[in-house]
Design a protein around this ligand. Structure first.
Ligand SMILES: C[S@@+](CC[C@H](N)C(=O)[O-])C[C@H]1O[C@@H](n2cnc3c(N)ncnc32)[C@H](O)[C@@H]1O
Length: 153
């Protein structure tokens, strides 16, 4: 597991993610210190079909303000911010790479969502779920979201 973690962290850890996002926001005419979570959609939905897929996922899961969601591979935190800001729920987000954990924390704070999103560094493969928590979803095309709802039939 250590080799795997080191390989993932090496692969994702050497990218200047924060600087790239700040530069992209500036180029779009947005103050990087005060973006709205929506300003970040072009840069923070790191899966195919972007924010459209994230919205569809949340709809299917019937995520509502009472939900507590876990984003298991959060990256820069785009899905976390969408859920907290648009669906009103609380979010725990984890990612293996410290660089991305820091970016997700910073962006949550800049978007005024730090009180609803907690970001930690952890390996999703090491998570243990109670069997009653049956609503784990993994997808190559959308974020992994776990909540009190089932995502697929
Ligand atoms: C392509 S991005 C993930 C995109 C994200 N699912 C989204 O839709 O925005 C890759 C991220 O996966 C993280 N990652 C890869 N394996 C992981 C694991 N086992 N546990 C937690 N994070 C992991 C990396 O650190 C990196 O930040």
């Amino acid at each position: 597991m250590r080799d795997f973690e080191a390989a993932v962290q090496r692969y994702y850890g050497d990218r200047p993610v924060m600087k790239r996002i700040d530069d992209a926001l500036r180029a779009a005419g947005v103050d990087p210190e005060r973006p709205s979570h929506r300003d970040l959609y072009p840069f923070d939905q790191l899966h195919s079909r972007g924010i459209v897929a994230t919205r569809e996922h949340a709809e299917r899961a019937r995520i509502e303000p009472a939900c507590m969601c876990l984003i298991s591979v959060a990256a820069s935190g785009g899905a976390s911010r969408y859920l907290a800001a648009e669906r009103g729920c609380r979010v725990a987000a984890i990612d293996l790479t410290p660089n991305f954990v820091e970016v997700a924390r910073v962006l949550a704070a800049r978007c005024g969502l730090a009180d609803r999103i907690e970001v930690r560094q952890a390996n999703a493969l090491a998570l243990r779920f109670d069997r009653r928590m049956r609503s784990l979803c993994r997808s190559k095309t959308a974020p992994s979201i776990m909540s009190g709802r089932t995502l697929s039939p």
